[in-house]
Design a protein around this ligand. Structure first.
Ligand SMILES: Nc1ncnc2c1ncn2[C@@H]1O[C@H](COP(=O)(O)OP(=O)(O)OP(=O)(O)O)[C@@H](O)[C@H]1O
Length: 250
């Protein structure tokens, strides 16, 4: 997939200021950046949810904003806070997601069972999504985004609020998905995770890509955490102000 000259303003605020990205098929790519850097805005434009002011996004050569149905047919999306059909059970939600994607009933059923198994949700498959925990919601949203076997999967903070066991099942599923030749692009604040799973990393700050390449290139011999701090800078000056904070002051 490729992103060319992507821009977005909200009033005076330039949220995304000319992003260029090129991610090869079969990559496990991470988009990292501080709060407010423009990750969610960029992902929303890439997935056809927010119209760019300028720029193009190409997925398998299809321009997302010139032909949204064709582009959306080959992508899957897991937003940071997925809006799910709360009154369906987990199993029903997966089957429904498959049916919406035009997959026949028998295939939806068998794919849903396999996904429930891999995501460790078999025991909760007949509970309403409204009663799911944060981690279970992330997992069922991921299953719903994968059931049509997309070529590119976009995830916004996929492991936020997810316990280590669920995080591991999500990570394994994504790794398997990428190994089959599909592409993952996800945003995260968790540098250790990105460093561990991603072969491609882009760092975004104030709406601009400040580093992009293989994980080793971007790290440049340091940890990704250190490279990130060096590029983006520390946000809080530890020496100035806050003299009242702490037990030594009255
Ligand atoms: N709908 C909106 N209206 C006005 N400003 C917005 C809107 N959405 C985002 N912004 C602004 O655009 C900038 C980028 O926001 P965005 O949500 O893309 O950042 P982010 O990198 O995803 O941040 P976080 O890591 O905190 O989720 C921020 O300054 C934000 O306040």
């Amino acid at each position: 997939m490729a992103v060319q000259g992507l821009h977005k303003h909200f009033g005076e605020k330039e949220a995304v200021a000319g992003i260029e990205l090129s991610i090869a098929a079969g990559s496990f790519a991470g988009l990292v950046g501080p709060n407010g850097a423009g990750k969610t805005t960029s992902l929303s434009m890439m997935t056809g949810l927010l119209r760019p002011d300028l720029g193009r996004i190409l997925i398998n050569g299809v321009d997302v904003w010139a032909d949204p149905p064709a582009a959306k047919a080959v992508i899957g999306v897991v937003p940071a806070e997925a809006r799910l059909f709360e009154r369906l059970t987990g199993r029903e939600l997966l089957e429904y997601a498959g049916r919406l994607r035009g997959i026949d009933v028998a295939a939806c059923r068998s794919r849903a069972e396999e996904l429930l198994g891999v995501l460790d949700l078999v025991g909760d498959a007949n509970r309403l999504v409204a009663d799911y925990s944060t981690g279970m919601r992330k997992k069922i949203a991921l299953g719903s985004a994968l059931i049509h076997n997309p070529s590119v999967l976009f995830l916004d903070e996929p492991l936020e609020g997810v316990d280590p066991v669920s995080a591991d099942s999500i990570r394994r599923l994504l790794t398997r998905f990428v190994a089959s030749g599909s592409t993952v692009l996800f945003s995260s604040h968790v540098m250790e995770l990105v460093e561990q799973v991603c072969d491609h990393v882009s760092i975004i700050d104030k709406g601009r890509i400040v580093a992009s390449g293989t994980t080793d290139e971007v790290r440049g011999g340091k940890t990704l955490h250190q490279a990130f701090i060096d590029l983006v800078g520390t946000r809080l000056d530890g020496g100035e102000g806050l003299s009242w904070l702490g037990s030594s002051s009255a």
